[in-house]
Design a protein. Structure first.
Length: 255
């Protein structure tokens, strides 16, 4: 009888363990694609981990909706390609809402705004000035670094790509800024990354470019209509209660 009881308990324990394992294995997963060279929205910390505003936002969304969040650091230009492959994939990389992107992915509500800035050697322009793309292209050797696939690239190149021969493409603005004064005369990137990069350097500064304001959104697979609806409710709440603003402050100050 004792042997039978022990065997029964062992079977019950095994069933319980298998059930727990199955439960973990069936947890929903959200695959987040980003490019960790765009602080404070996504960057690598001292441990080599991808952190930032967008990562905090996605982790909060995952927690609220019961998803396991997996972060994938890839080239910016490949993000929407990956999102198109999986209904539970999302691009979270300080991505501006654009008509051409809306054709291949579903945009969330806007959760932040930005403008294009230029990073150049201190004294390149008057302090506090707003400059034009033409003024940027006239600097130094006339070569301008941009992150490939971003608004900065299309802004510098021009509508007809008339300035393409003066535009040098990089994986991110951090790498591009290291070439200022040699390969390129300046780098064009969004406001907060520009301020982070120039602020960490003793010989670089940044200036606003005369261009339209941009709106940041998360981009989801075209089939993820229900998921986007759920995410929008969370984003709206995070905006209203100041959570996203706090994330920006935290990561802008290096926390």
């Amino acid at each position: 009888m004792k042997k039978i009881l022990s065997l029964t308990l062992a079977v019950l324990m095994l069933v319980g363990c298998l059930a727990a394992f199955a439960s973990c294995g069936n947890q929903k997963t959200l695959y987040v694609y980003t490019n960790a060279g765009f602080a404070p929205f996504e960057y690598l910390n001292e441990k080599g981990e991808v952190v930032g505003v967008d990562i905090d936002v996605m982790n909060a969304i995952g927690k609220e909706l019961g998803y396991k969040v997996i972060i994938n650091d890839i080239d910016f230009d490949n993000i929407l390609t990956e999102v198109a492959k999986n209904e539970f994939a999302v691009g979270a990389a300080g991505m501006s809402k654009k008509a051409e992107r809306d054709e291949v992915a579903l945009a969330s509500n806007v959760y932040a705004t930005s403008q294009q800035y230029v990073i150049a050697p201190v004294g390149s322009f008057a302090e506090g000035a707003t400059v034009t793309v033409e003024q940027v292209l006239a600097l130094g050797n006339g070569k301008v670094g941009v992150q490939q696939g971003t608004t900065g690239q299309y802004l510098v190149e021009g509508d007809e790509e008339e300035n393409a021969d003066q535009t040098i493409l990089y994986k991110n603005a951090i790498i591009a800024s290291q070439d200022i004064g040699s390969t390129v005369a300046a780098v064009v990137i969004d406001e907060l990354p520009a301020k982070q990069i120039s602020g960490a350097s003793g010989n670089l500064a940044c200036w606003k470019i005369d261009a339209e304001m941009e709106s940041y959104v998360l981009y989801f697979n075209l089939k993820a209509t229900d998921l986007v609806e759920q995410v929008n409710k969370i984003l709206d709440k995070m905006i209203a209660d100041g959570t996203i603003d706090q994330y920006i402050v935290n990561h802008s100050s290096g926390k």
